[in-house]
Design a protein around this ligand. Structure first.
Ligand SMILES: NC(=O)c1ccc[n+]([C@@H]2O[C@H](COP(=O)([O-])OP(=O)(O)OC[C@H]3O[C@@H](n4cnc5c(N)ncnc54)[C@H](OP(=O)(O)O)[C@@H]3O)[C@@H](O)[C@H]2O)c1
Length: 350
């Protein structure tokens, strides 16, 4: 297998990342669940995933303080487990070889300051994340979401101070509305604070809302764009479609088997029609639907004019191998047009 290529994450930084990032929201799982219903993590498989990632140049890892790896939403008793496990396993490598991102804002404790982006919460949480990760710094620290209760200047000053203290290398923003994003950018410029370097939003062939207002901002200011859920929670792999019977199905242990909202949202008639065409198109190209979906994300650089770095989650080593092999698939403008045409009328359930 050929190694992944690297891209400069953003115009406003020198940081280089692999064209695919590995996420830790969901990790390889065993069959057993604990008393809270969380799957136990298959640590051996995760160790292999990290080894194959590293051997193929996939050095960009995504985490968050709240992630567990085997349950969602994550109860307070389980937050932090993904970072902890990642920290243990990355000890087997030279930390400097990896670009490690994590996030803050989600609820970590019951009190009034147990979530959000206040200086108090963020300065507490960076220490907690670094302790779990067994690292001295993280490369990218994202605001996981907006916090309308904290003044934006306080947030930007806090993140700038984390960079100045050497606890964080670059600042990132995830899920905030475009209006807030522009306000953060302007504040950094006006007050000479550290700039936002990375954006992280949901982006895949059937969920393209960011093209309206976020990717234009990324392009205008030279920010890096990192795309989460590139397979629409796994739906774009075709695993939930019984092709013969033209019906939905839920394989045992799949994500939709324990996150019931996936079926409610994605299992619609228009999505089924689209997926049957999508899967045929992948078949004609001699690739898997998962590879076509990932290739679409990466190839959208040609349309949007900025590198798009998908973050994958894998529950098996073979998912990772499939993704790595997809990183250099070239889609023509006719291919992109066809995919646009067949996905245009997809509707979601509530
Ligand atoms: N910033 C945020 O708010 C935010 C939100 C969501 C995610 N993220 C980040 O982005 C990462 C990726 O998001 P995501 O997990 O939603 O990504 P996704 O790519 O849409 O879904 C990944 C899931 O699809 C299934 N899968 C992957 N490859 C497959 C293959 N080749 N064949 C069959 N099934 C396959 C696996 O689930 P099964 O268990 O069904 O096998 C896997 O966990 C997360 O880990 C996290 O780091 C960030």
């Amino acid at each position: 297998m050929k190694g992944l290529r690297y891209v400069k994450l953003s115009r406003n930084s020198g940081l280089k990342v692999s064209i695919i990032s590995l996420g830790t929201w969901h990790l390889p799982r065993l069959r057993e669940v604990d008393e809270a219903g969380a799957y136990k993590i298959d640590v051996d498989e995760f160790r292999k995933v990290l080894k194959v990632s590293y051997d193929n140049g996939l050095i960009f890892i995504d985490s968050a303080n709240r992630y567990h790896g085997g349950i969602s939403p994550v109860p307070l008793t389980h937050v932090g487990y993904a970072e902890k496990l990642l920290g243990q396993l990355l000890k087997e490598y030279d930390r400097e070889e990896w670009v490690v991102a994590t996030k803050v804002a989600g609820r970590m404790s019951p009190g009034p300051n147990g979530e959000g982006l206040s200086r108090k919460h963020v300065m507490w949480q960076i220490k907690e994340s670094l302790r779990r990760l067994q690292m001295e710094y993280v490369d990218i620290y994202y605001m996981h979401r907006d916090d309308p209760e904290t003044p934006k200047l306080e947030i930007m000053r806090t993140f700038t101070s984390l960079i100045e203290q050497g606890l964080v290398r670059y600042m990132g923003v995830s899920n905030v509305p475009a209006i807030s994003l522009v306000e953060y950018i302007e504040l950094a410029e006006r007050y000479g604070l550290e700039p936002i370097t990375a954006l992280q939003y949901k982006y895949n062939l059937v969920e393209r809302e960011v093209e309206a207002d976020i990717t234009p901002v990324a392009k205008r200011y030279g920010l890096g764009f990192v795309a989460y859920s590139p397979l629409a929670q796994g739906v774009l792999t075709g695993k939930y479609v019984d092709k013969e019977k033209r019906k939905w199905r839920v394989p045992e242990l799949s994500r939709a088997s324990y996150m019931k909202w996936i079926a409610k949202k994605y299992f619609t008639d228009s999505m089924l029609d689209f997926l049957l065409k999508f899967m045929n198109f992948a078949h004609e190209k001699g690739i898997t639907p998962a590879q076509l979906a990932l290739a679409w994300t990466i190839n959208m650089e040609k349309v949007l004019g900025l590198p798009i770095i998908p973050i994958i989650s894998v529950s098996k080593l073979s998912h990772l191998e499939e993704a790595i092999a997809a990183s250099e698939i070239d889609l023509s403008s006719d291919d992109l047009k066809y995919l646009e045409e067949i996905s245009r009328d997809v509707k979601f359930g509530s």
